[in-house]
Structures are given as structure tokens and as C-alpha cells.
Design a protein around this ligand. Structure first.
Ligand code: MG
Length: 253
């Protein structure tokens, strides 16, 4: 199924996305829930599909991307964080910071954690996953290089767009990830080329920090990264489905 998160006049709700529209979910998607049989017909605003306590990201997790950035592929996964405050929904604008000189897109598969995970074994890892969505790990490339670490470059408000829904039925072994800038394909990768698989990433990260339900893991970007300009629209498709689309606007200062 496909799970979205909506703001409706009564509050914030989850809903399942079906052919006839959104069906509101009652209960807790991480525990027990059910959905209304009739589609929702009221007003709503699409929200990011979860409200994570943290977004944990894999760096240099596709060989060809590591090569294009001259990053070493280390024996252990490279992980970094994006703050929850950087998360936006599909359809919201990516704000090009006034202090930025080179803002890049990175199309990625995002893993949404479904239950608390600590010291999880690789073979059990997928049982901790609620589902998958698309992400854009927006990055200020010059700051990333200049700072020697990545926090500033990766953490601006709006730098973590997440897809319009969580797909709970995908298998992460060989998903196609496509990035389109202004409708033109600029990235195309497959998760079978991940250096660290989804299972290995969950095991590694959960050995460091407790992953909470709704936390998100960004699995890294394939090759083909490039720059965004004000006015651009960037789309990320996962497994042939358009999951995420955002337009870049200039920061108002
Ligand atoms: Mg990335």
C-alpha cells in the first residue's frame, strides 16, 4: 500500500493512497490501524510522509558516484545526519540559500523505519522497515568541500525533500532510481549497485544509534549529480513511479 501524511482541518492524519483517492487511516501506522472505506473528500495539504526524529544518510554508497566526487570508498559505511528541520514534502519549494554558490541534487531511495531498531542483525533488518520513498539529498557542494565535514552543506532548511507517499510493498534489492531536472533524466541508478545494501545500512546504523519509528535512512545517490538553479524543478522516481517533485526558489532575505 501507499501511505501519505496529510494536514486536514481537523489535524494531521495518515491516509492510504488508492485509485479513488486518499482513505484516512485511524490509529497508529506504526502499531494498529485501519482505514475508512470511503475516500476523503475534504481539503488537505500534503505533508512529508513521516516526521522523523532524525534522517541518517549514507555517503559515497554507489561506486560511480564516489568516483565522480573523488571520494574514497571506505571499508565501513560513511554516515552523516540531516536535521529533521530540513525535511519538506513533495510539492514544497527547495529554498536556494542566499549564502549558497553551488546547490546540487542527489536522487536517493529513502527507507522509512517502522519499529524501534537497536543492534539489528542484517538478516532481520528488513522486518524493521515500514516502506520506501524517494528523497533528494540537496547539498551545497562548495561548502561540503570547504568545511571538511558536511553538516552545513547538507542541513539548510528545505534540503531534505521526501516523497509523496511510503510504498510498503517494494523490495529494496534492485529498484531503479531516476532523477529528472526540468523533465530531463540526469540520474539513473539501481539499488543493486549500492555498496552497502539497505540491510547492511540498517544493521550498521542501528549499532550506533537507536532508530525510532518514522526515522528515515537515505541510501546514497547514484552518479550523475549536478547543479540546481532557481526556477528548476527536480523529480525523483522510484521503481517507475513519480514520488517526489520540488521547485527551487530564491531565499527571501
Ligand atoms: Mg546523498
Amino acid at each position: 500500500m501507499k501511505i501519505s501524511r496529510l494536514k486536514i482541518p481537523e489535524g494531521v492524519v495518515y491516509a492510504s493512497l488508492r485509485e479513488d483517492g486518499y482513505h484516512l487511516i485511524l490509529g497508529d501506522i506504526f502499531h494498529e490501524w485501519g482505514e475508512l472505506s470511503e475516500p476523503y473528500e475534504g481539503d488537505y495539504t500534503l505533508l512529508p510522509p513521516v516526521s522523523p526524529t532524525k534522517v541518517v544518510c549514507l555517503g559515497a554508497n554507489y561506486k560511480k558516484h564516489a568516483e565522480e566526487l573523488s571520494l574514497d570508498v571506505l571499508p565501513e559505511p560513511t554516515v552523516f545526519l540531516k536535521p529533521a528541520s530540513s525535511v519538506i514534502a513533495s510539492g514544497e519549494d527547495i529554498v536556494y540559500p542566499a549564502s549558497a554558490t553551488k546547490v546540487d541534487y542527489e536522487s536517493e531511495l529513502a527507507v522509512v523505519i517502522g519499529k524501534r531498531a537497536k543492534n539489528v542483525k542484517e538478516e532481520d533488518a528488513l522486518s524493521y522497515v515500514l516502506g520506501y520513498t524517494a528523497a533528494n539529498d540537496v547539498t551545497e557542494r562548495n561548502m561540503q568541500k570547504r568545511d571538511g565535514q558536511w553538516t552545513r552543506a547538507k542541513s539548510f532548511d528545505t534540503f531534505c525533500p521526501l516523497g509523496a507517499y511510503i510504498d510498503t510493498e517494494l523490495s529494496p534489492d534492485d529498484l531503479e532510481i531516476v532523477g529528472k531536472r526540468n523533465g530531463v533524466v540526469v540520474q539513473r541508478g539501481r539499488t543493486r549497485d549500492l555498496i552497502n545494501s539497505v540491510e547492511k545500512s540498517i544493521a550498521f546504523i542501528s549499532g550506533i544509534m537507536t532508530l525510532e519509528p518514522g526515522d528515515v535512512i537515505l541510501t546514497g545517490t547514484p552518479e550523475g549529480i549536478g547543479e540546481l538553479s532557481v526556477g528548476d524543478t527536480f523529480e525523483v522516481d522510484v521503481a517507475g513511479a513519480v514520488m517526489l517533485r520540488n521547485t527551487v526558489i530564491k531565499e527571501k532575505v
